[in-house]
Ligand binder design. Sequence first.
Ligand code: PLP
Length: 440
Amino acid sequence: MKPDTDGNQQLFQRAQKVIPGGVNSPVRAFKAVGGTPRFVKRAQGAYFWDANDQRYTDYIGSWGPMILGHGHPAVVEAVQKACLEGFSFGAPTEREVELAEEILSLVPSMDMVRLVSSGTEAGMSAIRLARGATGRSKILKFEGCYHGHADALLVKAGSGLATFGHATSAGVPAEVVQHTLVLEYNNVQQLEEAFGLHGKELACVMIEPIAGNMNFVRASLPFMQRCRELCTQHRALFVFDEVMTGFRVGLHSAQGVYAKAIPGFAPDITVLGKVIGGGMPLAAFGGKRAVMEQLAPLGPVYQAGTLSGNPVATACGLATLREIRKPGFYEELARKTQKLMAGLKGAADQAGVPFSVDSEGGMFGFFLFDTLPQNYAKVMTTDNKRFNTFFHGMLEKGFYFAPALYEAGFMSAAHTDDDIAATVAAAQDAFKLLHSKPSY
Ligand SMILES: *Cc1c(COP(=O)(O)O)cnc(C)c1O
């Protein structure tokens, strides 16, 4: 479509005058892939429609929350009812208690949970809690894991294990990240060395158990097991950031997946978001009673929020959780996700394109490599141009995958086998472009 008749282009130009980069979260700007972001008018089920009324099959689902698809009738009804009862009170409600009970019944490592409004807020609060509960300052994270944009977490690795991180954003003073150590994901040796040097000072180790912010990379079992052992041994808290994986990879989240392989496995603190709000601003963090009781008003660790536990958001989250706990929900979701991955792999093989896939529940990743990468550095060796050619090839046919090679993808309950077949058929053509057309 020509720019003067392209509604997306018109909106993007207008947006750029009043919003930095035209977007309220950077990845939406399509900077990594080039081209014009699609401005969404409305969505239903597995689809959304852009400003030109072009339909897309949605494999982002708001970056994970829309696990039921858009506009699920039971969720819409719950939200409409809640709206009529009031938007926000700044006083406790029964629905917050119900949602807390529902979450705790599905995540046995948590005895108590506090509700907040975004994953960033939950992750930031979890770190403060870990520091307050242990009386220690240092934290350890892994390269390629995203835990929201709190200052102390916007860090890349320093020059060695003895040096702490460097800020990855302007506006973050060096003093603020001087306590954050950044290690390579899935590197057991580095982990052991770091604990040897700093174990006694560590408040917590924070991890995305299945990392979805470097496409899709699993923590290996030996790595996960070693993290757990070293945390226990050194009395550091093990914090699972399940903002993305929580209720996305399975009914018991990623910790349920690891507990199946490592008997008795559990993190100390869990951070949730995305799915638990069903598309509304809602997130949470929780853990063992003794740790959670350190929070105000019971304990000395301050944490608060005007809109925390918002009655409309909790209604949306509750209705979503009640759907996903129905028998067979995750089996069907995983079946479709695997079918899509197998289809894409088959199409890539046919076109002679190196390709590898992985998925868990309704979350997936694919790579333009023969083998699955194990860490961020490897993921980032992806040929950007080839990825972008594939991305735009799919987008032009109406299939919306993440507009950056370091993001995961998401299946919803609303996607049908026909949607998947159509996606695979489009991919057969898109993969051919990787041989011929110079890319974006
Ligand atoms: C999305 C995400 C966050 C941040 O959540 P927001 O609601 O965007 O602040 C934190 N951690 C992980 C693993 C995420 O995927």
